[in-house]
Design a protein around this ligand. Structure first.
Ligand SMILES: Nc1ncnc2c1ncn2[C@@H]1O[C@H](COP(=O)(O)OP(=O)(O)OP(=O)(O)O)[C@@H](O)[C@H]1O
Length: 374
C-alpha cells in the first residue's frame, strides 16, 4: 500500500472515533437538557398551580400573588444565570486543566536533575567518566553499566558499537547533558553534577546525530549561541568543514537566509546542512568536541576532508568521535568498543583489527561489503 491511502485510512478511522465520541457527548447533553427541562417544567407547573390555588382559595391577596409572581420570575432568571455560569466554569476548568497538564509536561522537558552552580573558570584539560551507570526515566534497564573512559585535550577517542549500545548516551554524559544514575563524570576532577551547566556547555561543541534546521542566515546558523565573531574565524571554520565550497552558490554568501519559504532564501541539501553543523562545532573554540556520526550525510570527498583535518582540530581539543564507519577510526588515538551498555574492548586501530573480538568482526563485515577482502 502507498503512504497516501495508508494515511487517509488512518485519518478516517481516527475521524470516525472522534465523531462517535462527539455524537455520544451531544446525545448525553441532549438527554440531560431534556431531563432538566422536564424537571424544570414540572417544578414550574407545580409552583404556578400552587400559586393559583392560593389565590383562588383566597389564602393570599391579589397584591401578594402579584409580588410572588414577580419574585418567581426574578428568582428563575437568577437560578438560570447561576446554572449557566456554573456550566461555563466547569468547561473553562477543563481547558485550564489541559493547559496545566501541558505546562507540567513542558516543565518535565527542562533540566530536572539537581545541578550545581560552581563556575568553570578555565577550559578543562581532561574529561572523565568513572564507573557510570545510566538509566533513562521509565526505562526497564540501564543503558550503560560500569563504564569508565577519559579523553584529554590533544587526544581523539573513538566510540564504536552496534545500534543501541549506548554511544550517544555516553557522549551526553561526558558533555554534562545528562548526569549519571551511578558513578561520576569529572572535568578536571570537578563533578559535572556540581558545575553550573550553562557555564560548562560553553566548553563543549557538539555535532549531534540529529540536527535542527534553523531558518536563519548561514552566518547566524554557524554562530548560533556564540555571539559576534570575525569573518576570518567563520571562513576558517567553513574551510575545515567543507562549507566554504557552498558559499559561491549562495546568493548573499554568509548572509543568505537558509530557507526557501522566505523571500530571498535558499534551501540546502542534507549533506550541506551537515557541513554547516560541523562548521558551527568547529567555529566554537571548545575544549571538548563531540561528533556523533558527523559524516553520515557527506559525500566521499567531504568525509575524507573531515577525517584528514581531525588531527589538526584535536591539537587543542579533546575529541570524542562516534561513527559506524570503522575504517575512519584509524585516526583515533584510542578506540572504545561498547556492547549493550558495557565496554568490551579498548585499544588502537592496529591492535583491535588484529585481535579477535567485536571490533574485528564488524570491521571485517564492512570490508567485505566494500569489497576490500575476498
Ligand atoms: N531518550 C531515551 N529514553 C529512553 N531510552 C533511551 C533514550 N535514548 C536512548 N535510549 C535507550 O538507550 C540505549 C542506548 O541508546 P543510544 O542512543 O545511546 O545508543 P547508540 O549506541 O548511540 O545507538 P545508535 O548507534 O543507533 O545511534 C538504547 O537501548 C535506547 O533504546
Amino acid at each position: 500500500m502507498l503512504a497516501g491511502p495508508f494515511l487517509i485510512g488512518r485519518y478516517r478511522r481516527l475521524a470516525a472515533s472522534v465523531n462517535a465520541a462527539e455524537r455520544e457527548a451531544a446525545n448525553t447533553g441532549a438527554w440531560m437538557g431534556l431531563a432538566g427541562a422536564v424537571a424544570g417544567g414540572i417544578a414550574s407547573t407545580a409552583v404556578w398551580a400552587a400559586l393559583l390555588w392560593l389565590l383562588a382559595s383566597g389564602r393570599i391577596s391579589l397584591a401578594a400573588g402579584g409580588g410572588a409572581v414577580f419574585a418567581l420570575q426574578t428568582a428563575t432568571g437568577s437560578v438560570r444565570g447561576i446554572i449557566n455560569g456554573g456550566a461555563r466554569l466547569v468547561r473553562t476548568g477543563w481547558y485550564v486543566q489541559d493547559w496545566q497538564n501541558f505546562l507540567d509536561n513542558a516543565h518535565g522537558q527542562a533540566l530536572t536533575d539537581s545541578r550545581g552552580t560552581a563556575p568553570v573558570t578555565a577550559a578543562p584539560e581532561r574529561f572523565e567518566v568513572r564507573d557510570v551507570a545510566y538509566r533513562y526515566d521509565g526505562a526497564p534497564k540501564d543503558s550503560l553499566s560500569n563504564v569508565s573512559l577519559h579523553v584529554r585535550r590533544g587526544e581523539i577517542v573513538a566510540l564504536v558499537g552496534e545500534n543501541g549500545s549506548g554511544k550517544t548516551t555516553l557522549s551526553r554524559l561526558l558533555c554534562g547533558l545528562l548526569l549519571p544514575t551511578e558513578g561520576d563524570v569529572a572535568w578536571d576532577n570537578a563533578s559535572t553534577a556540581d558545575l553550573d551547566p550553562w557555564g560548562s556547555w560553553e566548553h563543549v561543541a557538539l555535532v549531534p546525530q540529529k540536527f535542527t534546521y534553523l531558518p536563519l542566515t548561514m552566518r547566524d546558523n554557524i554562530t548560533f549561541g556564540q555571539g559576534d565573531t570575525s569573518d576570518a574565524a567563520l571562513l576558517a571554520a567553513c574551510e575545515a568543514s567543507g562549507a566554504a565550497e557552498m558559499l559561491p552558490g549562495l546568493r548573499s554568501g554568509l548572509n543568505t537566509l537558509l530557507t526557501s519559504e522566505w523571500f530571498g532564501g535558499q534551501q540546502l541539501s542534507g549533506g550541506q546542512w551537515q557541513r554547516l553543523v560541523l562548521t558551527r562545532a568547529f567555529h566554537r573554540q571548545a575544549a571538548l568536541l563531540v561528533m556523533d556520526e558527523p559524516t553520515a550525510a557527506l559525500d566521499a570527498r567531504a568525509e575524507h576532508r573531515i577525517f584528514a583535518g581531525l588531527r589538526e582540530l584535536a591539537k587543542d581539543r579533546a575529541v570524542l568521535l562516534i561513527t559506524h564507519r570503522l575504517t575512519n577510526v584509524a585516526v583515533a588515538d584510542r578506540i572504545v568498543v561498547l556492547d549493550q551498555g558495557r565496554i568490551v574492548q579498548e585499544g588502537t586501530y592496529a591492535q583491535l583489527t588484529k585481535q579477535p573480538g567485536l571490533f574485528r568482526t564488524l570491521w571485517e563485515l564492512q570490508r567485505r561489503m566494500s569489497g576490500d577482502t575476498p
